[in-house]
Ligand binder design. Structure first.
Ligand code: FUL
Length: 699
């Protein structure tokens, strides 16, 4: 009897406590979404036929025989991600070219037809094993668009796609994310029929049924799609969320081509989400470590540096979104050393930054604690390691503050805040002050916190008293983390420029020595010291490092230059209204040659002829599109000539994924060519009304 009474009392006490907890506000994350938030950073791995054909989107007619890596090593790839601090990897099990990297029963176009492991291999299985060994979570991407499949675009394909999802989600253990993207329909091989297949992307895949399959097999997986259902695409492939970024979202149809005032190439409301939106649908920021998603040897000098990754981290994870970084194994089946090193340096830097929350040694004084229950909602929960214990205020208190007092002055340059998102996204805006003499001085402010909010100050600040003010909240606050941190000191990465005359300059902060290499080697204190600008007309790669007086090294900066364009002239085959063709060859990526048109057919094929004035050896052509245009060049042909009369076709093809990832496109030649003139012939455009070219060049 006594025991029963005690139990009743306990249940009563627990109910009281529960009743006093803040009521969740608005939509809240599911278990799968909570897990996704905790992961914060993961990598998506693109490897397949494109790795061997030097393309971003395979056409679908590539032979599986191309896949024959000498040293495929899932462990090396997964470990590199892990060392960088990434807690998951998403394996691209099938890309748009349709080649399945696992021995599927749904199509012969799969890894069993490749010479790798005599057709007995299964790359998805290798990744699964590597992930479970390294304690990294596995995610899977099976492209809905399949340019190989005969039935794509017809009703029969859905069954195949759903069966592929069943195999992947049923046979490889738990996955944390099921990734689905929006690229679909268009030209392709389609079982040999070739041509264009159009689909209605909102009905063709019967998403409710298709996602139902994933849900049933993988209840712990968050489902990513352009517009959710669990995780939304941020709307660019630059890895950047809006400065204000809500985890909640009321989807709207995208407005293709519209240019946002904040400079994003394609404005989707997804970049900021919706304050008080209908659904919990946080943003994923995807961006590749290299310019493209697949490996291209021509991009080996353009691997993002650790400090670029740090910037992306603050612009994605630091805004409550997740970072999905693209990794591109090489034809041998591993990541290049440079990619591994940048990941590692990035991981070390972030770890060092967040090792020590200085607020742990401060006395925290909140202006209000919910029901006065310090033990349940007090400020000590702000500096513990849990994301779900929290400081809360009384229901009516929506603009509280909290002061932090140190025994002595502290130096810091990063501020971190988190809400307990199990209770929804509640806070609209906040400010941070420091005490200067007798006055509070605001040093930072922002809107939206959610799962994570980081503010990186421009310079280090000293203070012994800091204050967090919640300036607007939709409900009483539930803050789970407040931290201040000090980034490791490191000289600023040098910058490299080349002027119109073809001279290269390397700049670093005062008092720092610069060392550089021109042969691709990693520069260090033993490399050539930079003293004056030098001639660099024919281009190539410059790598530089700054070293301060204490011997600390900056990040290494890489810059790939094409041939200098001094004296070049350009002309265009149509007489329509357009800006000066010279803008395409002025070495200024911001100046754009633009052309407006109504029907693509009326201007295509469109020829741009460039006279380089003297003959040059060409290893590759480069094309930088205008990322803010309505239309993009995705079909091209390149011709070369010595005299401007007799032309030879040098290359033709498609710029896959150019709309979503409008980076510089490089068309490499098998053999270097000696030419004086080249023609860039546009054979196809995606979209209508206007398009632009920032630069054309050679390497
Ligand atoms: C996009 C695809 O079209 C790209 O090729 C790449 O896979 C990227 C991650 O997603 O939608």
């Amino acid at each position: 009897m006594k025991k029963i009474l005690l139990l009743i009392q306990l249940v009563y006490a627990a109910t009281c406590l529960f009743a006093q907890a803040p009521i969740p506000y608005g939509p809240v994350p599911t278990k799968a979404q909570l897990n996704w938030h905790e992961i914060e950073m993961y990598c998506i791995i693109h490897y397949g036929v494109d790795t061997y054909t030097d393309k971003e989107w395979g056409f679908g007619d590539e032979s599986p025989k191309l896949i024959n890596p000498s040293d495929f090593n899932a462990m090396q790839i997964v470990n590199a991600a892990k060392t960088g601090g990434f807690k998951g990897v998403v394996v691209v099990a099938k890309h748009h070219d349709g080649l399945c990297l696992w021995p599927t029963k749904t199509t012969l176009h799969n890894i069993s037809q490749s010479p790798w492991k005599n057709g007995k291999g299964d790359m998805v299985r290798d990744y699964q094993m590597a992930c479970s060994k390294s304690n990294v979570q596995l995610g899977l991407y099976c492209s809905p668009w399949d340019r190989n499949n005969l039935l794509y675009g017809k009703p029969g394909y859905l069954d195949i796609y759903q069966k592929q999802l069943k195999e992947l989600n049923g046979n490889y253990g738990p996955v944390f994310i099921s990734w689905h993207d929006g690229a679909n329909g268009g030209t392709g091989y389609y079982g040999g029929e070739k041509g264009e297949r159009k689909i209605d992307r909102s009905t063709y895949y019967n998403w409710s049924e298709t996602w139902g399959i994933v849900r049933a097999l993988q209840p712990g997986a968050a489902i990513f799609g352009d517009v959710g259902p669990d995780v939304r695409w941020v709307g660019n492939e630059e890895g950047v969320a809006g400065e204000t970024c809500w985890a909640t979202y009321t989807p709207e149809a995208p407005t293709p081509g519209a240019i946002a005032s904040n400079g994003f190439s394609q404005y989707w409301k997804a970049v900021e989400g919706t304050q008080n939106g209908k659904f919990w649908m946080p943003a994923e920021c995807d961006v590749s470590l290299r310019p493209g998603w697949f490996y291209h040897a021509s991009e080996n000098n353009r691997v993002k540096t650790a400090s670029e990754l740090v910037r992306l981290y603050y612009n994605s994870v630091g805004r409550g979104a997740n970072l999905n970084l693209g990794l591109s194994p090489n034809p041998q089946g591993q990541l290049d050393l440079r990619d591994v090193q940048e990941l590692e340096q990035f991981g070390v830097y972030i770890k060092k930054t967040f090792k020590n929350n200085l607020l742990k040694k401060a006395i925290l004084n909140p202006s209000n604690i919910r029901n006065g229950q310090t033990a349940l909602y007090g400020s000590r929960f702000l500096t513990d390691s849990s994301r779900y214990t929290y400081w809360a205020t009384d229901d009516k208190i929506t603009t509280p503050f909290i002061t932090a007092e140190f025994a002595e002055q502290q130096q810091f340059d990063v501020i971190q805040l988190r809400e307990n998102i199990k209770l929804g996204q509640r806070i609209r805006s906040f400010s941070i002050d420091i005490l200067k003499g007798n006055d509070w001085m605001e040093i930072a402010k922002g809107t939206s916190i959610g799962a994570n909010r980081l503010i990186r100050l421009n310079s280090k600040i000293w203070a012994s008293k800091i204050r967090l003010r919640i300036t607007e909240s939709d409900a009483c606050v539930a803050v789970s983390h407040f931290g201040i941190y000090n980034q490791p000191l490191q000289p600023k990465t040098p910058t490299i420029r080349r002027d119109k005359q073809g001279f290269a300059t390397i700049l670093a902060d005062k008092g720092q020595a610069i060392y550089y290499t021109l042969n691709g080697d990693t520069p260090n204190k033993n490399s050539k010291r930079y003293l004056n600008k030098f001639e660099f007309k024919s281009g190539g790669s410059i790598r530089a490092v700054a070293v301060d007086q204490k011997g600390r090294q900056s990040d290494i900066v890489n810059h790939d230059f094409g041939h200098s364009k001094l004296g070049w002239a350009a002309s265009v085959s149509v007489k329509k209204a357009q800006t000066d063709p010279g803008l395409m060859i002025d070495e200024q990526s911001k100046s754009i040659w633009n052309l407006s048109f109504s029907e693509a057919d009326s201007i295509l094929p469109l020829e741009i002829t460039v006279d380089m004035r003297t003959a040059a050896t060409v290893r590759a052509f480069t094309f930088l599109p205008n990322s803010t245009g309505n239309a993009f060049v995705d079909g091209y042909q390149i011709e070369g000539s010595m005299d401007g009369k007799k032309w030879e076709k040098l290359a033709a093809g498609e710029f896959g994924n150019i709309r979503s990832n409008p980076v510089e496109q490089i068309v490499s030649m098998r053999k270097p060519r000696e030419i004086r003139f080249f023609k860039f012939i546009i054979t196809h455009l995606t979209g209508t009304t206007s398009f632009g070219i920032c630069e054309l060049g050679i390497k």
